[in-house]
Design a protein. Structure first.
Length: 207
């Protein structure tokens, strides 16, 4: 049983890109939104790094390959289109642009380019986040056009693979700020992993 679980995602290649970080100048100090929790300042990118790392280890533990940000070697560094092209060159099956949301909302936001396969992944991920994260509220799977604000994050690779902007919760909403803790971010990463696994297994041919 353990061996089967360890290999259940064999063949899956997931690009996990924590965005905001490692942009070219003059945006090279960008860390996304900054949230205040019990008097402490928490940057969006720092929290996203934690849940993204948990997600990567969760997937790798089940046989998937994961490409993550590696600034020392230039992987997922630079503009978002450059990062998208790196995922394409690597042969990714799925691209996840990792963020957190801001603005006081009470839902998970999962964005995909219109008329692409990202919609199905977004729907599965939303269901899993709501199921596993009590207090999250609801999920919104949202379609983007090429003129939408977030399109630059995923548009270059979205026609070749499912690609999502992942904003699992609002860092400035009192109802969801508990997820900014290490235990909360671990829950978030595992929930995203469960959804990715469900999607991958749903598209595999029946033996």
């Amino acid at each position: 049983m353990e061996a089967a679980a360890a290999g259940r995602l064999h063949g899956l290649k997931v690009a996990v890109d924590v965005q905001h970080l490692w942009k070219p100048p003059p945006r090279d100090r960008d860390r996304g939104a900054v949230f205040v929790v019990d008097g402490l300042h928490v940057a969006e990118a720092d929290a996203a790094l934690i849940y993204a790392s948990v997600l990567a280890r969760w997937l790798e533990g089940r046989g998937a390959q994961v490409l993550e940000n590696q600034p020392s070697t230039g992987i997922f560094v630079g503009s978002y289109p450059q990062r998208n092209r790196a995922a394409i060159a690597w042969g990714a099956n799925l691209y996840l642009a990792c963020h957190l949301n801001a603005g006081g909302g009470h839902y998970a936001a999962l964005e995909f380019m219109s008329l692409t396969e990202g919609k199905r992944v977004a729907e599965l991920m939303g269901e899993e986040l709501v199921r596993q994260l009590p207090g999250l509220g609801t999920c919104r799977a949202m379609s983007l056009s090429s003129t939408s604000r977030g399109a630059v994050c995923i548009e270059t690779c979205a026609s070749l693979m499912p690609a999502l902007i992942v904003e699992p919760f609002f860092g400035d909403s009192p109802a969801t700020q508990p997820f900014l803790t290490n235990p909360g971010l671990i829950q978030v990463g595992a929930a995203i992993g469960t959804a990715v696994a469900a999607w991958w297994e749903s598209i595999q041919p029946v033996a």
